[in-house]
Design a protein around this ligand. Structure first.
Ligand code: HEC
Ligand code: HEC
Ligand code: HEC
Length: 465
């Protein structure tokens, strides 16, 4: 972010700061009914509040303290339990609603957009009430105090965030179901654009770190891929070839969100958290709605050709004809699980032939998974956390480049070749998967177990393109 710019604009516009008038809804006098609290819990899962508002495996649920890197320093999530002193126990519904829709806290300052309020601003009035009921009555109060951000003065002054909000956050309008339209599609759009905040990772960001689009209206940037987060590329979720979801059916998308795997791929990186803490808890109806909505998004790159399977190479490898070092390394180290024809073993070891990870000119994820390995998240309906071991200590940069070039360009895959220099760059970000990332940690539903470092939900590392 260009801080000088932000500050100049900030200083100029600060004088114009107007007082926002908020109609205060009186706080409910009685404890809301159990059904409303349960609905709020479901919505809190849809919004994945726990992933950011809990400090890893040892933190108390929703007690905050998870550090997130931003371009200007580390920001910590806050305690959102109903503790009156440390948490939000003395917030009225109006205070909560205002924060969720505009990022402005009860104390009058604007939060860092690491909190995805531009997406949450789309919540319906009824859903916001349920969410509030859950945080006031369904969550255990915890006295853990908030941590101050590690951001040096003057960058720690929060007024530029007010300007950011004016420039980039939408005017909040509680969602109302339109009178006409496909109800399932509308429900899917509401969840994906709103609580799901899928665009926080899957939409590219502009100069001010703002998401280029918050809805699909009038653009093809929405969910068209979000660059690199924590050393993993975030793919397009549009119905397109070249890294998008064109080859997946709506049912396969829903299956992936629920179980972290399907016959095309297995989840890794930040998506593991999304599956483990959020998506696996959604109803089948909501998953189907989200999948239908994603399938409805037209391609941002209509000219990109489809993957066409080529089985020549698989047959050659199978009969022992090996034409490159990359192919030899693949046969020795990888084919046991992913097979010489690249077709893998359904829902256990993902297919590499046609895999969306291997169809673009951004090889970051492919390099990283070879260096770091990976573990599929264990979920209630698919409890085995199958792992791939890290190869960081087995392959040097050149060998890694050779084997990744091989998988990027074989069996009809349309990915680009990889250099040792690109591998060296990703090696710096690599966090090898640990044996402790077992089924038990995921099954216990503990947040922050993967990757075992502080998440950086909004930071983009330099893309390799
Ligand atoms: C991607 C990470 C992320 C997610 C997901 C997230 N938050 Fe936050 N939230 C933050 C961060 C970081 C802050 C603190 C920002 C700051 O201090 O400027 C915050 C601040 C808040 C605050 C202000 C608290 C205070 O004391 O000022 C509330 C309330 C809140 N979040 C509620 C929620 C709810 C409810 C959800 C789920 C629907 C949620 N958050 C999901 C990162 C997140
Ligand atoms: C915190 C960042 C983050 C958020 C939020 C997020 N994702 Fe992801 N997603 C990723 C990353 C990183 C990958 C790449 C790893 C993988 O394919 O598993 C990914 C991959 C995926 C894939 C697999 C695509 C492919 O071609 O292999 C789907 C489908 C997906 N996400 C859907 C969603 C949906 C729907 C949401 C919102 C409910 C969402 N994601 C929210 C980070 C995120
Ligand atoms: C023991 C079996 C095994 C071996 C050997 C193995 N893998 Fe994997 N591979 C997996 C599993 C399991 C996943 C899913 C990991 C995850 O989701 O985090 C995976 C995922 C991948 C992915 C990402 C695809 C996706 O959709 O998740 C790529 C690329 C990959 N492996 C390449 C390789 C290469 C190259 C080698 C050899 C250097 C190799 N694998 C060796 C089991 C294996």
């Amino acid at each position: 972010m260009n801080n000088t710019f932000t500050h100049t604009v900030g200083a100029l516009l600060l004088a114009l700061a107007s007082s926002a008038a908020w109609s205060a809804t009186p706080a409910a006098a009685t404890t809301p009914n159990a059904q409303l609290i349960r609905q709020g819990e479901y919505l809190a899962r849809a919004g994945d509040c726990i992933a950011c508002h809990t400090a890893g495996t040892k933190g108390k649920p929703f007690a905050g303290g998870l550090g997130m890197e931003t371009p200007i320093g580390k920001v910590y999530s806050t305690n959102i339990t109903p503790d009156k002193k440390a948490g939000i126990g003395d917030w009225s519904f109006a205070d909560f609603d205002k924060l969720m829709r505009t990022g402005v806290t009860k104390h009058g300052y604007t939060v860092y957009p690491a909190m995805p309020y531009p997406s949450y601003s789309r919540l319906s009035e009824a859903d916001m009430q349920a969410l509030y009921a859950y945080f006031m009555h369904g969550v255990k109060a915890d006295p853990t105090p908030n941590k101050a951000a590690d951001i040096p003065w003057p960058l720690s002054m929060r007024f530029p965030l007010t300007i950011w909000r004016w420039a980039f956050a939408p005017t909040p309008q509680p969602y109302k179901v339109p009178a006409t339209g496909d109800a399932q599609l509308l429900r899917g759009a509401y969840l994906v654009q709103g609580l799901g905040h899928c665009g926080a990772c899957h939409t590219a960001r502009g100069v001010g770190m703002q998401e280029k689009s918050l809805t699909d209206a009038g653009n093809t940037t929405f969910l068209a891929g979000g660059g690199v987060i924590d050393g993993w590329s975030v793919p397009s979720l549009r119905n397109e070839h070249g890294g998008g979801l064109a080859r997946w059916s709506a049912a396969e998308i829903a299956e992936f969100l629920k179980t972290g795997r399907n016959s095309h791929t297995a989840s890794f990186g930040a998506m593991n958290d999304v599956v483990a803490h959020s998506m696996q808890h959604m109803t089948d109806g909501d998953l189907a709605a989200m999948a239908k909505y994603l399938k409805s998004l037209p391609p941002s790159n209509p000219a990109t050709p489809a993957f066409v399977a080529d089985d020549k190479l698989g047959k050659q490898l199978f009969s022992g004809i090996v034409n490159s070092t990359g192919a030899q390394l693949y046969l020795d180290r990888c084919a046991g699980c992913h097979r010489s024809d690249g077709k893998g073993y359904d829902k256990a070891f993902p297919a590499l032939a046609g895999n969306a990870v291997l169809q673009t000119n951004d090889p970051t994820s492919a390099i990283n998974i070879v260096l770091s390995g990976g573990a599929v998240p264990a979920t209630r309906t698919a409890p085995s956390a199958l792992t791939m071991a890290p190869y960081a200590d087995i392959f040097n940069d050149e060998q890694t480049a050779q084997v990744v070039t091989f998988i990027q360009t074989s069996w009809g895959n349309r990915g680009t070749p990889v250099t040792a220099a690109q591998v060296a760059k990703v090696r710096k970000l690599s966090v090898p998967v640990e044996a402790s990332q077992t089924e038990a940690t995921f099954a216990a539903g503990r947040p922050g177990t993967f990757p075992p470092v502080a998440r950086k939900p909004h930071l983009k590392d330099a893309p390799l393109k």
